[in-house]
Design a protein around this ligand. Structure first.
Ligand code: F3S
Length: 280
């Protein structure tokens, strides 16, 4: 069996930065708090718990100490409240996510009504909505949802950093037909764009694509969907042992990739296991 990997695997810059900030702080403190999952990967979360990170869902659960703001960002007022409470705040918001918040705020101050392309339940989007405090925003995930936007005047558009470029382009194409003035910022992270491009290339040359990463990871799920949309059989797995339940009979060419929160070591382990399967 031949296994093909894209040129880039493992953590992206934003995830590495967040993890380094946590590891540094754990040299000074035995325990630190993370508001929500620091990144969307089960193995990394388990490892961080062992090292002393306590995951909480609300600031009220933290009485004192250090709180880390995850790479997806947070409501700016929450960060303010944490500081007012006397907590030490380590802001691990990825700079690319912070940029989306800044652009949305800028557009809102210029009287554009904000349209965010992405998933309304994702923490990054909640942070972007909160950054334009008090102003109405519309989150759309599918082109059909555009019809529900109750205005057609000045629209300011940003997009979740992990959104698929194809879906974003499709939505923008429809938005510009509808709005009188439409100011669009493509805020998809460049690492994500590269991974999507490489996944497309991979899907064209193999029989099966394996996408490795947390099922709750938005960018990893996008890669799995993208691969599927290319018509290739796609497995989306979180752990090495998931390989055992799959049928590899007769498969000669496999593509292997992962999201930006998937550890490189996990991909390498899976690659090595796949290399042991013989083609019958
Ligand atoms: Fe940041 Fe892009 Fe990673 S937005 S967290 S560098 S996927």
């Amino acid at each position: 069996m031949q296994v093909f990997l894209p040129p880039e695997i493992g953590f992206c810059f934003g995830v590495k930065r967040a993890l380094n900030l946590v590891i540094d702080e754990l040299k000074r403190e035995e325990k630190i708090y993370s508001l929500g999952d620091l990144i969307h990967n089960p193995q990394v979360i388990e490892d961080l718990k062992k090292k002393g990170v306590v995951f909480v869902s609300s600031l009220s659960q933290v009485k004192k100490g250090t709180v880390i703001i995850r790479s997806h960002g947070a409501d700016p007022s929450l960060i303010r409240k944490a500081r007012e409470k006397g907590l030490k705040v380590i802001d691990a918001t990825c700079p690319y996510v912070a940029k989306v918040q800044r652009i949305a705020k800028f557009l809102s101050q210029k009287s554009y009504r904000i349209v965010i392309v992405g998933l309304s339940t994702h923490p990054e989007i909640k942070g972007v909505i909160a950054s334009v405090a008090g102003k109405k925003t519309y989150v759309v995930k599918d082109p059909q949802e555009i019809e529900r936007i109750p205005f057609t005047g000045k629209m300011g558009v940003v997009v979740q950093t992990t959104e698929s470029l194809d879906n974003f382009s499709n939505i923008v194409k429809n938005l510009v037909k509808r709005g009188k003035e439409c100011r669009v910022f493509n805020t998809i992270c460049k690492v994500i764009r590269r991974r999507q491009e490489e996944t497309k290339k991979l899907a064209k040359k193999v029989e099966v694509v394996i996408v490795v990463g947390g099922h709750n990871s938005s960018n990893t799920s996008q890669l799995a969907r993208l691969s599927q949309s290319m018509g290739v059989k796609t497995y989306f797995m979180e752990r090495e042992k998931d390989l055992d339940s799959m049928d590899w009979q007769g498969i000669k060419r496999v593509g292997l990739t992962g999201g930006t929160s998937t550890p490189e070591e996990l991909i390498v382990k899976i690659r090595d296991r796949l290399g042991q399967f013989s083609v019958t």
